[in-house]
Design a protein around this ligand. Structure first.
Ligand code: PHE
Length: 444
């Protein structure tokens, strides 16, 4: 069977950037950066992205392009039965991630409407905090929104790679950057914005510790969608003529740009109105609406902000579903449409306990965590680092010559850089990943 390919290099870059730029950039990055020493964190984050993120992203794309297969098929073809579980891990991680990602994405959809209808008019975070809790604690309404969000994902993914995924990203990603730009201009021209920028950009090395490196590493690979075969699957629709190093560099650069812009929007806004930047997820759904309510024209900027979040979440969710879909389509020959609907229904079914864990089932704790937190933790802190670890070990030690040819042949890149790449895959990335793994499972 002929595999479908991206229509253009631009299409691939938009799709891969769409995967990378998600909720992780807009709500997580600003406060993680702020809490971990601002500019000092940024320097560490930049170094980690440049060395580790970039090498691993190229490697995943190469695995997909060389095999023209889904994660399971790719690992089986190159590594045999022993390595196939590395592919299954990615497919399963996709279901787990999407099951809680669609809950939060549903909230962003709901908040576009609340903002537009002026329902969040209070400037008091306590009041907004209560309405947020009441909303996410409702047994039905958040699930309707999650289902609505999944319907959008299904619509795009079932239309195929070129007509669905590529086309959606080619429109949505430029729109996302336009929204980022408008919001950025608004944010940095607020009185007192300088303090927020200073918080983000001024290095404070006193806040740097071992944990800072762990936080930067975890943020880097979540943000680049590494470790679950997203880039691998997108790479499998890439044609031979595309150069992997420069194309990957563009994607990684766009992801970084989006994070920085989000940081330069959120932190000046928060500082300008004298709020606390380290309030985590509540920052997005409680603090920011309070600020929008007290800003001239704030409702419009509020709608734009939640639209931005929804677009970012949608383009990422599409890429989270695609590896599983590619797996069933490639390996069993199922039709794309049917596969997409069934996979989405499975995710939605798993989303039900996640969503209820903010209300009716909030008392239910598994291993000391709510169902939502358990899914988030299992995927982000265990499955993704493990997936990335297996990928770097596999390519570094089993498929180095093949990957080297796939990535660097004909690019004229100097041998020293190729050695650095191999060194990262063989030693630096595995060591770093084992470290986050131990640290986040509380063993360290
Ligand atoms: N990179 C996405 C974000 O920043 C999340 C994601 C993780 C997407 C893993 C795909 C795979 O929100």
């Amino acid at each position: 069977m002929n595999r479908e390919h991206w229509g253009s290099r631009f299409g691939f870059i938009m799709a891969a950037a769409g995967s990378a730029i998600g909720l992780g950039n807009v709500w997580r990055f600003p406060y993680v950066a702020g809490e971990n020493g601002g500019g000092a964190f940024l320097l560490i984050y930049l170094a980690i992205i440049a060395v580790f993120g970039f090498s691993l992203a190229m490697t995943e794309i190469a695995l997909g392009r060389a095999t023209q297969r889904n994660p399971v098929g790719a690992f089986r073809q190159l590594g045999g039965r022993l390595w196939t579980p590395a592919g299954y891990l990615g497919v399963i991680a996709g279901f787990v991630i999407l099951s809680f990602y669609c809950v939060v994405a549903g909230w962003t959809l709901a908040y576009i409407g609340f903002m537009a209808r002026g329902l969040l008019g209070s400037t008091d975070p306590a009041v907004l905090g209560q309405s947020f809790e009441a909303f996410i604690g409702d047994p039905w309404i958040p699930l309707y929104y999650a289902a609505g969000f999944m319907a959008l994902v299904v619509l795009v993914v079932s239309s195929g790679v070129g007509r669905g995924i590529e086309r959606a990203n080619k429109w949505l990603m430029p729109a996302l950057f336009l929204l980022l730009l408008i919001l950025l201009i608004r944010a940095v021209t607020l009185p007192g914005a300088g303090e927020g920028l200073r918080f983000l950009l001024m290095p404070d090395f006193s806040k740097v510790s071992g944990a800072t490196f762990g936080a930067a590493l975890a943020q880097a690979f979540f943000s680049l969608s590494l470790g679950m075969g997203c880039l691998l699957t997108y790479g499998s629709y890439l044609s031979r003529s595309t150069r992997i190093p420069t194309t990957t560099a563009t994607v990684v650069g766009l992801d970084l740009l989006a994070s920085l812009m989000a940081g330069m929007i959120v932190l000046p806004v928060v500082f300008s109105f004298g709020f606390d930047p380290s309030s985590g997820p509540g920052l997005t759904f409680v603090t920011l609406p309070a600020i929008f309510a007290s800003m001239p024209g704030g409702a419009i900027f509020g709608v734009m902000f939640f639209l931005l979040l929804a677009i970012a979440a949608l383009t990422s969710a599409i890429s989270i579903l695609e590896p599983a879909v590619a797996y069933f389509v490639d390996e069993y020959g199922y039709t794309r449409r049917r596969t997409v609907s069934i996979c989405a229904l499975v995710c939605l079914a798993l989303a039900v306990p996640s969503s209820l864990s903010f209300g009716h089932w909030s008392g239910l704790k598994i291993l000391d965590r709510s169902f939502f937190d358990l899914m988030d933790y299992t995927a982000t802190n265990l499955m993704l680092p493990l997936g990335a670890l297996l990928t770097s070990l596999f390519v570094g030690w089993r498929w180095a010559a093949g990957a080297r040819r796939e990535i660097f042949e004909g690019t004229g890149i100097a041998g020293i850089w190729i050695s650095v790449w191999l060194l990262v895959l063989r030693f630096v990335a595995p060591a770093g990943l084992v470290w986050i793994f131990l640290a986040s499972s509380g063993l360290l």
